[in-house]
Write a protein that binds this ligand. Structure first.
Ligand code: BYC
Length: 330
C-alpha cells in the first residue's frame, strides 16, 4: 500500500468513526484498533466463561427447585454470552482456539471480580444485584461501540443481564425480609461484594492505559470513573429498598456535585488480584483448563462429524453433478 493510500484510508476511518458510523469486519481499520478490540473482547468473553464458576458452585445447593432452575438458566446464559463474544472476536481474524490458549496460559485477562469466592447462598443474590448491575452499567454503552459485531452482540447480552440483575435483587430481598439469620447472610454477602464490584470498572481514569484511545475510537463511550460513579448512584437507593447497608462510612449524597461521594478504593488489592494473587485465581484457571481438557473428545467428535459431512457432500456432488441444478430449479 502506498503512503498516500494509507493516509486516505486512515482519514476515511477516522471520519466514519467521528460520524458514528459502524465499522464492519471487511472495512479497513488501523492495526491498533483491531488489536485493542481483540484485547477487550477476549477479556470480556473470558470473563463470561470464568464467571460461570462462582455461581455454578451453588446449583446443587440452591434452596428450592425454582431457585435451581433460575440459577441454571443464568449460568447457561453466561456461556452463551461467551460464545457470542468469541464469535464477534473471530470476525477480526482471531480464532477462538487462539483466544482460549491465551486465557489458559495467562496471557489474556478476565475480570478481577471472579477471583473472589461464593461462600454462602446469599452470594448468588449479591452477584446478581451488584456484579450483573455493574456489568450492565458498563455494557449498555458498548451497544453503541463503533465495531458493529461487538455492538450487536451486546444488545442481546444486556437484555439477559437485566434479567440476571433482577433475579439477584429479588433473591436478596427475600433474604433481607426473611429471618434474622437470613438478613445477616444477605448483609454479609453485600459487605464482601461491594468493593470488588466497584473495581470491575477498571483503574481510576488517570491510571487507565487504554481509555483515552478507546474513547477516541468510540469503543468505550465513558471513562472508568464516570461509569463507577453512575453505578454507585444507582446502587444506593436500591440498597435502601432492600433494607441493606453498603459497607462504606464515607458514602453520602453531595448536593453540589449531584452525585454520591464514596470512600477510597483499595487499588493495591485490585492490582494484586490482576497479578494472580486473588483468593481464587489459581482455582478458577485450574478449573477452566481442566474443563477444556475434559471437553477435548467433544471437540474431536464434532470435527470428525463435520469432516464426514463435507466428504459425503463432495461424494454426492461428484456422483450427481446435475443434482445441484435440480435443487436450484425447485
Ligand atoms: N479486571 O486501561 P484500562 C461479566 C485491565 S462482567 C481485570 O482501564 P480498558 C459477567 C485492563 O484490561 C466483566 N482486568 O483498560 C458478569 C488493562 O490491562 P491490559 C466483563 C482489568 O480496557 C456477571 C489494565 O487493567 N466485562 O462478564 O480501557 C456474570 C488497564 O485498564 C479490569 C467486560 O469485560 C478488571 N476489572 O478498560 C458473568 C466489559 N479493569 O488489557 C459475567 C468490557 C481493567 O492492558 N470491557 N483491567 O493487559 C471494558 O469495558 C473494559 O475493558 C474495562 C477496562 C472497563 C474492563
Amino acid at each position: 500500500m502506498t503512503a498516500d493510500l494509507g493516509a486516505q484510508l486512515a482519514a476515511a476511518f477516522d471520519a466514519a468513526v467521528a460520524a458514528d458510523e459502524r465499522v464492519e469486519p471487511r472495512d479497513w481499520m488501523p492495526d491498533e484498533y483491531r488489536a485493542s478490540l481483540v484485547r477487550q473482547m477476549a477479556q470480556h468473553a473470558h470473563s463470561e466463561i470464568i464467571g460461570m464458576q462462582p455461581e455454578a458452585n451453588w446449583i446443587t445447593r440452591a434452596p428450592s427447585l425454582r431457585r435451581k432452575a433460575i440459577l441454571m438458566a443464568k449460568v447457561q446464559d453466561e456461556a452463551g454470552h461467551g460464545l457470542y463474544l468469541y464469535s464477534a472476536a473471530e470476525t477480526l481474524g482471531t480464532s477462538r482456539d487462539e483466544l482460549l490458549d491465551k486465557l489458559h496460559s495467562g496471557k489474556q485477562k478476565y475480570s478481577s471480580i471472579f477471583n473472589y469466592p461464593t461462600l454462602t447462598w446469599a452470594d448468588v443474590g449479591a452477584i446478581g444485584w451488584l456484579v450483573d448491575g455493574a456489568a450492565i452499567t458498563n455494557q449498555v454503552p458498548i451497544c453503541r461501540c463503533s465495531y458493529g459485531p461487538y455492538a450487536r452482540a451486546m444488545v442481546r447480552i444486556c437484555k439477559e443481564e437485566s434479567f440476571h440483575q433482577r433475579q439477584g435483587y429479588e433473591l436478596l430481598l427475600a433474604l433481607s425480609r426473611g429471618t434474622e439469620a437470613q438478613h445477616a447472610m444477605a448483609q454479609d454477602a453485600v459487605d464482601r461484594w461491594w468493593w470488588p464490584s466497584l473495581m470491575m470498572f477498571g483503574p481510576p481514569d488517570d491510571e487507565s492505559a487504554h481509555s483515552a484511545q478507546s474513547m477516541a475510537w468510540r469503543i468505550k463511550r465513558h471513562s472508568n470513573d464516570e461509569l463507577r460513579q453512575r453505578f454507585v448512584d444507582i446502587a444506593v437507593p436500591q440498597a435502601e429498598s432492600l433494607g441493606l447497608t453498603l459497607p462504606d462510612p464515607d458514602l453520602k449524597w453531595n448536593e453540589e456535585r449531584g452525585h454520591h461521594d464514596f470512600g477510597a478504593i483499595d487499588w493495591a488489592e485490585f492490582w494484586d488480584v490482576l497479578k494472580g494473587n486473588g483468593p481464587c485465581n489459581e482455582q478458577r484457571i485450574g478449573q477452566r483448563r481442566k474443563a477444556h481438557e475434559e471437553g477435548a473428545w467433544v471437540r474431536d467428535a464434532a470435527a470428525a462429524y463435520a469432516r464426514k459431512q463435507t466428504a459425503q457432500q463432495a461424494a454426492q456432488q461428484a456422483a450427481n453433478p446435475a443434482g445441484q441444478n435440480e435443487e436450484a430449479r425447485v
